[in-house]
Design a protein around this ligand. Structure first.
Ligand code: FA5
Length: 346
């Protein structure tokens, strides 16, 4: 029987070596170790052995069984590793070109804001920021809009509570800047997100404004107009003209709406093709911002004496400028993060 077991051992070693799949191993396992397997049937004959032979045969049988179990384990592992190597062999094609990484682009609003801020910076304005959740005092009261002032209705406000709002414009940063700088000259560009309960294709509940404020001795309306002229030519194109129309803001007096000559039709109202310009709708002018001379009441709230200083301020919507520059007719495109839209801006 010991001889039979030795033969079985040699046969097993050979058969497992030839096994190519997990199924082959399983078949061999059943064929040797299963209930009707070869080892089992050899062991069945042990009952007929003499007492002296039994331990010898028993220990050989154990040795063969251990070897078989080891063969099952090691061959399953061998096959698994071979399969994994084959998988990688199929996948790695070193001749394939490398995968390009996608490049990010600057968002058109960021680009527009950067351009506006860099023009203002070249004119001597420094950046000022303030909180988006703002006290009623800075957003309204100090800007000459007391509690029941009808001008508050012009800006549909999101109220956090009776005294706290989501700021509706960047003008509160004027007040904060004056209160913190305390003395003239003050020349700041206030930039940030603002919020209004307002939405259609040209209005969004969250948008961006940039506000310019210049306070010093003897600042005039002429200074405002000159600044706006340089600003318009640098942001749009050389030769752009500026027109100021009388308007009303509670925090400036006098106040104006600022128009520029249309950059599409150069202020003609019609294109070279004879078609009516769709940017300015044939008027030759585009409204771009609000502006004016700082109201004396605002100076009083900001710690300045209106008899000693004067100043101008203007506020521009970043989305409005970006829509004009890039010919975009729906403001929502800026906020949808659609790569097909954003990748068009270089
Ligand atoms: C103001 O907000 C004033 N604080 C501007 C100002 C500053 C005037 C300093 C005088 C002195 P107005 O409400 O017009 O003004 O808003 C300014 C610009 O913000 C508008 O010209 C427009 O381009 C933009 N704007 C207003 N509401 C929205 C909105 N819902 N979505 C996108 N842009 C808007």
């Amino acid at each position: 029987m010991v001889g039979e077991l030795n033969t079985l051992k040699t046969e097993a070693e050979q058969s497992f070596q030839d096994a190519a799949t997990k199924d082959d191993v399983e078949k061999l396992r059943v064929g040797f170790l299963g209930k009707k397997g070869k080892l089992t049937s050899v062991l069945r004959g042990m009952g007929k052995l003499s007492k002296e032979d039994r331990p010898k045969v028993g220990s050989k049988a154990n040795e063969v069984r251990d070897l078989l179990e080891e063969l099952v384990k090691s061959n399953l592992l061998r096959i698994k590793e071979k399969e994994r190597a084959a998988e990688f062999e199929d996948r790695i094609d070193v001749t394939l070109p490398g995968r390009r990484r996608g490049y990010g682009r600057t968002h058109p609003l960021t680009r527009t804001a950067d351009d506006i801020l860099s023009v203002l910076s070249s004119l001597g304005f420094t950046l000022a920021e303030g909180p988006e959740i703002e006290h009623d005092f800075y957003n309204f009261e100090a800007l000459n809009m007391p509690a029941d002032h009808p001008a508050r209705d012009m800006q549909d406000t999101f109220y956090i509570n009776d005294d706290v709002v989501l700021r509706t414009h960047t003008s509160p940063v004027q007040i904060r800047a004056m209160l913190s700088l305390k003395k003239a000259p003050v020349r700041v560009a206030c930039f940030g997100r603002v919020y209004r309960n307002d939405h259609d294709v040209t209005h969004s509940p969250m948008f961006h404004q940039i506000e310019g404020l210049y306070v010093d001795k003897q600042v005039t309306f002429g200074d405002l107009k000159g600044t706006l002229q340089v600003f318009a030519e640098r942001i749009f194109r050389p030769g752009t003209k500026v027109r100021l129309r009388p308007s009303f803001f509670p925090f400036t007096e006098p106040s104006a709406e600022v128009d520029i000559t249309c950059f599409m039709c150069a202020g003609e109202g019609t294109l070279k093709t004879g078609d009516t310009c769709r940017i300015c709708k044939g008027t030759g002018w585009i409204e771009i911002m609000g502006a004016g001379m700082v109201d004396p009441e605002v100076f009083k709230h900001s710690g300045f004496d209106p008899d000693e200083v004067s100043g101008f301020a203007f506020g521009i919507g970043v989305e409005r400028v970006a829509m004009l520059r890039y010919g975009i007719s729906d403001i929502r495109l800026f906020f949808e993060n659609d790569q097909r839209f954003l990748h068009q801006f270089f």
